[in-house]
Design a protein around this ligand. Structure first.
Ligand SMILES: Cc1ncc(COP(=O)(O)O)c(C=O)c1O
Length: 398
């Protein structure tokens, strides 16, 4: 939270959070500019290039003069493509149509617009701690009654569903789930989703299911969306996008899929905030979802190799222990034997070792005593990072 005392600034600004990873990235770049080697494991972006057929589609669209305003929900071609993809990939009982889809410059602004569309001040709003910071920032800004339920390392970063059951009520407006999960890499199992679905129907609340890592999935079983469970399509808002699966972070393209009436209201917020997304970027999205899927599978295989190397290496460092992430591209080691001041340790590793990572507490109080490493770094970089950590850690005064 910011401490803002200037009377020219709105009081509400004090309720805004921020994504710490961008601040660490800025400092890491400063250090790099001095000529030192820095391994970037602080920010959640694939280091791969966007697949060529996706870039070609954007260039062709630009050259065809697709450079004007578009509808606030997105171009029809992308909305229809997303509806087909979401139906197929998630094995939905009833097909989605374009009317269920709204498009945004990234999943992050759509999260803001969804929460603006549903939360009144004082509404009970539940998410899991630690969490991607946008949920806490937007819901606190909107003055919802935020209820954070800790995720458990002992449950491979799944939630304690008995605790969830105790905390939900008929006052619960919505709950956010995020599987695979940022920052822990945890994945919810079918039985978890079924229990959440049962509670949602019993207490009549919405489920916001952030599935942006649904293609970064390492279990042998298939990804399951809560939206596909009986009775859930009508009460689930799926958040997804192109940043993670297709290495398209800088393109800014995301979307949400939800019941039609709600979709119109979220689109009204799109209209009031960013107006629309560039056509050539949306055409790239169409190419991503309809074109060759092999690059996604190849990138995932490389992520899996990096995950295995990083997690093994972290577990060999005295004082650290790390669960095996089952999705996304983050490792979330426990460093409580070394320190509870995870931010101080993250900053020390960057300043002394040139290893940029995040403090777990920047994802919520339950992240205290953990670090987040994004393994969107080459195997060589991971080796270097591990050796730097081993070298500098003994001198850390926590
Ligand atoms: C869980 C989660 N949701 C949403 C986003 C937003 O992604 P983007 O705005 O790049 O689409 C991120 C990015 O890190 C994320 O980790």
């Amino acid at each position: 939270m910011l401490a803002v005392h200037d009377k020219r600034i709105a009081d509400a600004v004090a309720r805004l959070g921020a994504e710490n990873a961008f601040q660490v990235l800025a400092r890491a770049r400063e250090i790099e500019a001095t000529g030192r080697r820095v391994v970037h494991m602080e920010i959640g972006e694939p280091d791969f290039d966007t697949p060529k057929h996706i870039k070609d589609a954007a260039v062709a669209s630009l050259m065809a003069h697709d450079t004007h305003y578009t509808p606030s929900a997105g171009i029809m071609e992308l909305r229809e493509t997303v509806a087909d993809y979401a139906t197929r990939f998630r094995k939905m009982p009833k097909p989605y149509t374009h009317a269920n889809v709204t498009v945004a410059p990234g999943a992050k602004p759509i999260i803001w617009n969804i929460l603006s569309a549903i939360l009144n001040p004082g509404d009970d709003f539940i998410y899991f701690d630690p969490a991607y910071p946008a949920y806490g920032s937007a819901s606190t800004y909107l003055q919802a009654n935020v209820i954070r339920i800790p995720l458990r390392e002992s449950l491979d970063w799944r939630m304690d569903l008995d605790e969830l059951e105790r905390r939900v009520s008929d006052r619960t407006k919505a709950i956010v789930i995020n599987s695979p999960h940022n920052p822990t890499g945890g994945v919810l199992l079918r039985e978890d989703l079924e229990r959440i679905a049962e509670l949602a129907q019993k207490h009549d609340f919405l489920v916001i299911s952030d599935e942006i890592y649904s293609r970064n999935f390492y279990l042998e079983t298939e990804f399951i969306s809560i939206a596909s469970l009986p009775g859930m399509q009508e009460r689930t808002i799926i958040v997804d996008g192109f940043s993670k699966a297709y290495a398209m972070t800088g393109w800014r393209l995301g979307y949400a899929v939800m019941p039609e009436e709600l979709c119109k209201i979220v689109t009204l917020f799109n209209n009031n905030t960013f107006s629309c997304v560039a056509t050539f970027v949306q055409k790239a999205g169409v190419a991503a979802l309809t074109g060759d899927d092999a690059p996604v599978v190849e990138m995932n295989e490389i992520f899996r190799q990096r995950r295995d190397k990083l997690v093994k290496g972290l577990n060999e460092i005295p004082g650290m222990s790390c669960t095996l992430p089952e999705g996304a591209f983050y490792a979330f080691p426990n460093v409580q034997q070394i320190t509870h001041d995870d931010k101080a340790l993250a900053s020390y590793l960057l300043e002394e070792g040139g290893v940029a990572c995040g403090g777990g507490s920047s994802f919520g109080p339950a992240g205290a005593g953990y670090l987040r490493f994004s393994y969107a770094a080459s195997l060589d970089d991971i080796d270097y990072a591990l050796s730097q950590i081993r070298t500098v850690l003994p001198k850390f005064k926590g």
